[in-house]
Ligand binder design. Structure first.
Ligand SMILES: *Cc1c(COP(=O)(O)O)cnc(C)c1O
Length: 220
């Protein structure tokens, strides 16, 4: 029988298995349970099974379900993994403990201002448009050095780099490329890998994997 707890056990075991050949400690990989589209009753079993880091891709959806869930478990960390509009920066800073989608100067300005106002510094990953896809979010690779420099001129803690590789392609080369870009810029955090490829991502250095379907089942 497949339930949330056994799925969580499986994903954790897979992460640990991939850490071994890479000579990494399983504790060096943060598993983010991506709970977008799933309601509180679907999330609760994972909390009961000990999962404490969750990811959402929309501010409004997260505002609807997480304050109540967190009241009972104040040690839960909430990560924003989806694109963020600058006019939602205040709300995002109030609700999230980490942002994975910092990708442009206007959002940097908005987040820095929101964090100053709230006196709360939320670590941010810079999302990189690793496949150079026109329709996708993420900082263009050519603009990454200058953008990282402007992030470093603010008080925002720079967590590392994040990417979503092109769909229907082998992800490994893109993960390896992101790891190289991070190393080139002295960054250790790597947010990469989803349900279909988190094991590959761990082998290639992911410090944060964002796993939804493999934990919750399909989003219908
Ligand atoms: C939905 C989502 C995920 C999780 O995807 P699964 O394939 O369900 O594991 C990871 N990262 C981002 C940015 C997402 O939007």
């Amino acid at each position: 029988m497949e339930n949330a707890a056994t799925r969580l056990e499986t994903v954790r075991a897979n992460i640990a298995r991939m850490c071994k050949p890479a000579r990494r400690e399983p504790s060096s990989v943060t598993l983010i349970a991506v709970s977008k589209t799933h309601d509180a009753p679907a999330i609760q079993p994972l909390i009961d099974a000990g999962q404490r880091v969750f990811g959402e891709n929309r501010v409004q959806e997260a505002q609807g379900k997480w304050p109540a869930l967190r009241e009972a478990h104040p040690d839960i960390a909430l990560h924003l993994i989806g694109q963020l509009q600058s006019n939602k920066a205040d709300e995002a800073v109030a609700l999230f403990d980490c942002v994975h989608s910092l990708d442009r100067p206007s959002l940097l300005t908005a987040l820095a201002k929101a964090m100053d106002k709230a006196d709360r510094q939320v670590p941010c990953f810079v999302q990189v448009n690793i496949g150079d896809e026109a329709q996708k979010g993420g900082c263009p690779i050519a603009e990454l050095p200058a953008f990282l420099e402007s992030v470093r001129r603010t008080d925002i803690p720079l967590a590392g780099l994040m990417c979503i590789p092109p769909a229907d392609t082998e992800a490994a080369p893109f993960f390896a490329f992101l790891a190289k870009l991070a190393a080139d810029h002295g960054l250790t955090g790597l947010s990469m890998g989803m349900s279909g490829d988190y094991e590959t991502a761990v082998m290639l250095g992911a410090t944060h994997v964002r796993v939804g379907t493999a934990l919750f089942g399909s989003r219908g």
